[in-house]
Design a protein around this ligand. Structure first.
Ligand code: DON
Length: 561
């Protein structure tokens, strides 16, 4: 390191720490629910107050968000549920979409020209086989205690009686990207855009077809969705529009219970998402690299700590592109990737005050970002059971398609595969062979529902939407608590950065000070500012209190008792 760099570095260590958010978390003594949408939060709290456990509440919230948060809450998508029971055992339910039987490696190339099509992102061919309803059924059957009907009923009511449209939903539905997407599909246009007479704030959104679908799920469970009336209507609509999902696909869908991935950071236990999520490996890798440095010395939000974080992010995302995919199809070297010695080697090239160009770590192509949606919610019940759920349609409002007569949007999760080999996906991720499209295969995910323990006891429950930014946001929030001493709300509100190796740049929230950005640029980073990165929903158990932290970047709420 040159003398100038050393002086600059020493100066940075003395630089003052950015001001922290003054907002208090929501406090409660017994139980807490944090979700992206107030009606869904209320549904979760009522289930808990009625004697349900955290898994019951999570099932009810999943159905409620499918009604009140249609951009990401879903019946037509999938996700992950991480559970840590009060007895200290944990489990992971993978209810993510799978490749349809007809899927093949090059299905998103135009056979005539060999060029990429938009089919993995938009329209009927973009959907993987949905998993949410099966996932909720599995979670409920194994870990729930409240009657299934009572968990679905609140959502039937929200859909049939309607709910007042919030400012955020009203804005989202009239926004250019969303309205143009939904307008291409008549059912979506009618239901969500009211054929162009956009919903105003406070108007009631009723969804009678969705209410009927939910009522069937309430009465006959997941069987309706995968083998009954809903399955038949969905398969018929798919067949009529060149979609891939058939009755057989639906019938064969299985949610998979997996072992959660476990690691630790500075004495805290970290329970997180295993493959086919890339996220758990991601946070453990980055924590492992950061633990080798004194990255936090510069203080929260300082250029020096952000620099180290970005360097860890860059190195992890290079590995992600190469190694990660569905473990049922490809060998994922999970142990090696989180091995301490491996991480020590990997971190050797990190230099204080000097960015490593991504091209020196691995080859790749820069690509643009797009604004997208997923949703996360966190729940802790009175007994100390904790549930962390991230589920999604992938892009905001998924494929744009609402299945005829069913009232729910379908996912465009097929784009999470390396849908067009060698080309960046919706999130600018270039992905490898390990994540090639195949029947029954699960596309690689960034969703990272996570639980942190301290002295063997439940400490934090968190997760986020945001595609690849999820992994970094979950990491940053955990670091904010453990290394920077923030409370749960401060940790969530703190400005975030994101680096994903390719494109070789730090995406930084524009609440980060221009001085800090200038320093990062001096270190050799390209920095691009953005309004908002990810939306974390978190709970911390702090002494006798639960701290609920909804993300101030959204209309999320926390409620407890
Ligand atoms: O599973 C994944 O990684 C993506 N389908 C998640 C998409 C997402 O988070 C979009 N949200 N903002």
């Amino acid at each position: 390191m040159s003398r100038v760099a050393i002086l600059l570095w020493a100066g940075l260590l003395l630089a003052s720490t950015a001001a922290l958010s003054a907002r208090q978390p929501v406090h409660a003594k017994h139980a807490m629910v944090v979700t992206r949408e107030p009606h869904a939060t209320d549904v979760g709290v009522k289930v808990l107050q009625g004697g349900g456990n955290a898994v019951d509440a999570a099932v009810a919230v999943a159905f409620a968000l499918a009604v009140t948060h249609p951009s990401a809450g879903n019946l037509g998508g999938g996700g992950f549920m991480l559970v840590r029971l009060a007895d200290g055992t944990s489990t992971f339910i993978d209810f993510r979409e799978r490749g349809p039987i007809s899927a093949s490696r090059n299905m998103y190339l135009d056979p005539a020209t060999g060029q990429a099509t938009k089919d993995s992102q938009l329209g009927y061919r973009a959907s993987g086989v949905p998993g949410t309803v099966r996932g909720m059924e599995l979670a409920h059957a194994k870990y729930g205690k409240t009657a299934w009907k009572a968990l679905v009923q609140p959502s039937v009511e929200l859909a049939s009686e309607g709910f007042p449209v919030s400012w955020g939903l009203s804005q989202a539905l009239r926004g250019k990207i969303t309205s143009e997407k939904l307008a291409q599909f008549p059912e979506s246009k009618r239901i969500f855009l009211r054929d162009g007479a956009f919903y105003e704030v406070g108007e009631t959104l009723k969804q009678p077809e969705l209410a009927a679908t939910l009522a069937r799920i309430r009465d006959t469970g997941a069987r309706d969705f995968y083998e009954g009336e809903t399955a038949r209507l969905l398969a018929a609509d798919m067949a009529a529009h060149g979609g891939e999902i058939t009755l057989e696909d639906l019938k064969q869908y299985k949610a998979i219970e997996r072992k959660a991935l476990e690691g630790n950071y500075k004495g805290y236990g970290v329970i997180t998402a295993p493959p086919p999520s890339s996220g758990g490996i991601g946070i453990l890798q980055m924590m492992g690299m950061l633990a080798l440095t004194d990255y936090s010395k510069g203080g929260a939000g300082s250029a020096s700590s952000l620099h180290y974080e970005a360097e860890a992010m860059r190195r992890y995302f290079a590995d992600r592109a190469e190694w990660l995919g569905d473990p049922d199809f490809v060998k994922v070297p999970t142990k090696g990737l989180v091995n301490a010695e491996y991480l020590r080697k990997r971190a050797e090239s990190v230099q204080p005050g000097k960015a490593t160009p991504s091209a020196e770590i691995k080859q790749g192509d820069p690509a643009p970002y797009e604004s997208l949606e997923t949703t996360h919610y966190s729940i802790v019940d009175e007994a100390g059971n904790a549930v962390s759920v991230t589920y999604t349609l992938n892009g905001g409002y998924g494929s744009g398609v609402t299945a005829r007569g069913l009232g729910f949007l379908l996912n465009n999760e097929m784009d999470d595969f390396a849908a067009v080999p060698g080309k960046p996906n919706l999130f600018g991720l270039v992905q490898g062979e390990a994540n090639a499209v195949a029947p029954h295969k699960t596309p690689l995910s960034s969703m990272t529902p996570t639980i942190v323990t301290k002295d063997g006891k439940l400490y934090m429950v968190l997760g986020s939407p945001g595609g690849p930014t999820i992994i970094n946001a979950v990491l940053e929030v955990i670091l904010n608590v453990i290394d920077f001493g923030m409370n749960m709300q401060q940790a969530v509100d703190q400005p975030r950065i994101h680096h994903q190796w390719m494109p070789d740049l730090i995406s930084a929230e524009n609440t980060i000070s221009p001085d800090t950005i200038a320093l990062l640029q001096q270190f050799g980073h390209t920095v691009k500012t953005t309004n908002s990165i990810a939306e974390v929903a978190a709970i911390r158990i702090f002494g006798e209190w639960l701290e609920g932290a909804p993300d101030g970047r959204t209309e999320a709420t926390a409620k407890g008792y």
